[in-house]
Design a protein. Sequence first.
Length: 385
Amino acid sequence: MPGTLKYDALLKKYERFENAQAYILLNGKQIGGKNTDMFVGDINVELTSGFEASVATFRIYNTYDMEKAKFRFSDVEKQAILGVAMTVYLGYIGQLEPVFTGFVAGVSFGYDGVNPPYIEITGMDAKGVMMASCYANSLTAKSYGEAVKEILQRTAYEKMKSSDVKTGMILDVKVTDTPDKKQGGEDKASAETIEMVSESDYEFIIKAAKKFNYDFFIDRGTVYFRKAKSDTSPLIKLGIGEGILTFNLEYSLTGMVETIEARSMDVGQGRVITSKSKYDKTLSTSSKAKALIGGSRRVFIDPTIYTQEQADARVASLMEDMSYRLGYLECECIGIPEIVPGYFAEVKLDSPADNSFYITNVTHTIKDNGVYRTKVIGKVDTVKG
């Protein structure tokens, strides 16, 4: 990732964020180009670093012949095809950046009786394909990280891969090894048989991510399976007068406990496998909040845990999931294409609201009036003193 983005530099790059523009490719060709009177509107791109798929939608206007009472679908039929590559660029005159890479998942036709009829295109990232498959078989991999690599090397995903951003639905795959690969020695893989039991590729990878506290998301065509929140360097600095237009920030003790424990049973050795973790971050600027949760704990029984390493990874995942419920930020910013989920944003509002938030969701919208806005949702696990 490049160095931290600063608002002043972006202000200069986009010439004060005036004259928003969009450039959309379907099947490698631009929609609404110079040789047609069609135009694109109502662009909405919903990105996430969570386990769900990212989605992009837009409408193509001036596609309906009112005299003949029919859609001019022949003008776009080679592009508005289910399954073709879809890339969305957003920005301002002369400076556009990719914000979404995926495939066309839906084509619909609409008319509300007021606005002109339109063709609406819905795109999903590669997770949409992963959700469709279903298997019941053993994998050759001996660790979950290797199993994820094995799945993403299947023919269906290889066909989606391309280094060309115009036609690729998957541009790159970055999978980090899971801790179970190193059990019993640095080069010795786990002896545990890894199986898919009537589940999709998507369900299996999500299971692996939860098991080892990993992120699984797609950032503009790059598939990431990596240790949760491992890239801690801030993507961007934001504040009032520096990108943020409106905001709501909340800290809450709801659901917080002091200790989390994960347990399972090693049947072969007749012993309990257990791991504990204690919340050690700052809950508040005073000591009263920590006193309220003192002594509280939550115990999880997980029969899929077979080793101490897996128990440690599971409890780390549970602790992180709980910890990041502490702080929640939702803000609307001037449209900034570079803001994407999966990274941290340094937000300066005023102490104690100042913090570094992990971006979980980003929504880019350009309305028909040309206004471009970026909505950001972030979470944090501590209060800065």
